[in-house]
Structures are given as C-alpha cells and as structure tokens.
Design a protein around this ligand. Structure first.
Ligand SMILES: [Ca+2]
Ligand SMILES: [Ca+2]
Length: 247
C-alpha cells in the first residue's frame, strides 16, 4: 500500500511538473519573490504571490440595452445580449488602483433613424454599476453622447447625429476633462426589468447624459483612486493579458 501511495505521489508530481511549461517557469522566475510563506510549493523558481478568489471583488452591471466595460485599458465585461432580454452581467474582478473605468453604453436604436421596433418606438437608455470595493455609478462620472436622435424627437422624418468616437476612449491616459458629468436618473424613469431587482445595486445611481431618450450611444469614464469602502490597497499582483485573437 505504501509503495502504491508513493507511486501515486510520484505520478501526480510528474503530472504537476508536466503541466508547467518551461516558458511559464521562466516568466515566473522574473517576478518578485513571495514575501510570506516561503518554500510552500516546490515547482518552479522563486515563489511569487498569486491572487486568490478572496482578492477579487464582484462587479455587477446593468445597461439598457447594452454595454462593454474596460478597466485600466483592458476589456473586462461585455453584455452578451445586445437587445432583449435585459440582463445583469456579474463578474469577479481583480481590482488595481488607480482604476480607470471606461464604459460604452448603447440604447437600442437604429443607426439611421434612432428608433427601435421597426422604427415605431423611441427607446430610452440607462446604466448602473456596483463593485464590491464600494465603487458606484453617480454624477461624479464623466459622460458624453456620440449618437443622438431622432433630432427634435421627429419620428415622422427621423434624422440622427453621429460623432466619431476617439480610438483611445477607454485608455487610462485619455483626456476626458472636457466631458460633462453624468446625469443621475430615477429608477422610475429608466424602468429596469426584473433582473435588476434580483441583484444588489444598493447605493448606485442610474446614469446617462441628460437625455435618456435621444442620446443612444454614451461613453462613461471614472477613475477610482483607492477602494471607496475603505478596504486597504491591494498589493500589486502579477497580471497577464490573454491574446484573444486566433493566433
Ligand atoms: Ca433612444
Ligand atoms: Ca432601451
């Protein structure tokens, strides 16, 4: 029995060795050595601190009708459903500060007419977000519309105005100083669907530009300097970036 256990351990150890590629080992070797609990784990070079689930916070996001969200220039969450049903997107994120949040939110609107449901309806937007570190949407966020219409609410002869979106709108160093502040809207005026009420958005405000109905593509930006809930600043974790192309 003892021999079998030893063999099993050896086999498992072999599997662990085999699962760590040489490139990963050398990449880890360049990282700062772990300060606490040295010597735990024998695979690879110097032990480095790795984030755990307990180091993440929950990000809960609802958009009428769609959004994509960047943190410090990295795409983190996309509403997987473009129009209906309305849904809440909830993901665990590993926060780092300062944290630049950049959001593209879109109301469902035909690019030419600004209308929906076969050009029969003037739809409206709305965006709300809450992170487990206390980050909340409110009027301190920056907001700018890039697609407006139908101009003058004219649904009989609908015209729209599009503004080119800067390529680097989601980057950390993008200059949003000329943007207006977001406008807070009431829950009644946005009229969220059921999934909103099944999630915790307590304290967060619905934001958009001033015009919930006619501004159809809105960019939001906000920099979070440190955890708003007073949590200590997290350490700097090693971070990777996945190449999402087909390479
Ligand atoms: Ca609209
Ligand atoms: Ca809508």
């Amino acid at each position: 029995m003892k021999t079998r256990v030893t063999l099993l351990s050896a086999a498992l150890f072999g599997l662990i060795i085999a699962s760590v590629s040489p490139s990963k080992l050398s990449a880890q070797g360049k990282e700062k050595p772990r300060q606490e609990k040295p010597g735990k784990g024998k695979v690879g070079g110097p032990k480095i601190a790795k984030p755990r689930i307990s180091n993440t916070v929950k990000a809960t996001i609802y958009a009428d009708n769609w959004f994509k969200l960047y943190l410090n220039g990295n795409l983190v969450a996309v509403d997987s459903i473009s129009f209906i049903p309305h849904n809440v997107i909830s993901v665990d994120i590993l926060p780092e500060y300062p944290m630049t949040i950049a959001v593209m939110a879109k109301d469902n609107a035909d690019p030419v007419t600004g209308l929906e449901y076969n050009d029969t309806n003037l739809g409206d937007g709305g965006f709300i977000l809450k992170f487990g570190d206390g980050t909340l949407t409110d009027a301190t966020w920056k907001a700018k519309s890039f697609f407006h219409g139908p101009v003058d609410r004219d649904m009989q002869n609908p015209k729209t105005k599009h503004t080119a979106i800067p390529e680097d709108w989601f980057e950390i160093d993008f200059d949003d100083s000329a943007w207006a502040n977001a406008v807070e809207h009431t829950e009644e005026s946005v009229g969220p669907k059921d999934p909103f009420y099944e999630n915790d958005f307590a304290g967060a405000k619905w934001i958009w530009t001033e015009d919930l109905a006619l501004d159809n593509t809105v960019l939001f930006r906000k920099v979070i300097a440190s955890p708003p809930n007073g949590d200590p600043m997290p350490r700097e974790w090693p971070r990777g970036k996945i190449d999402a192309s087909n390479r």
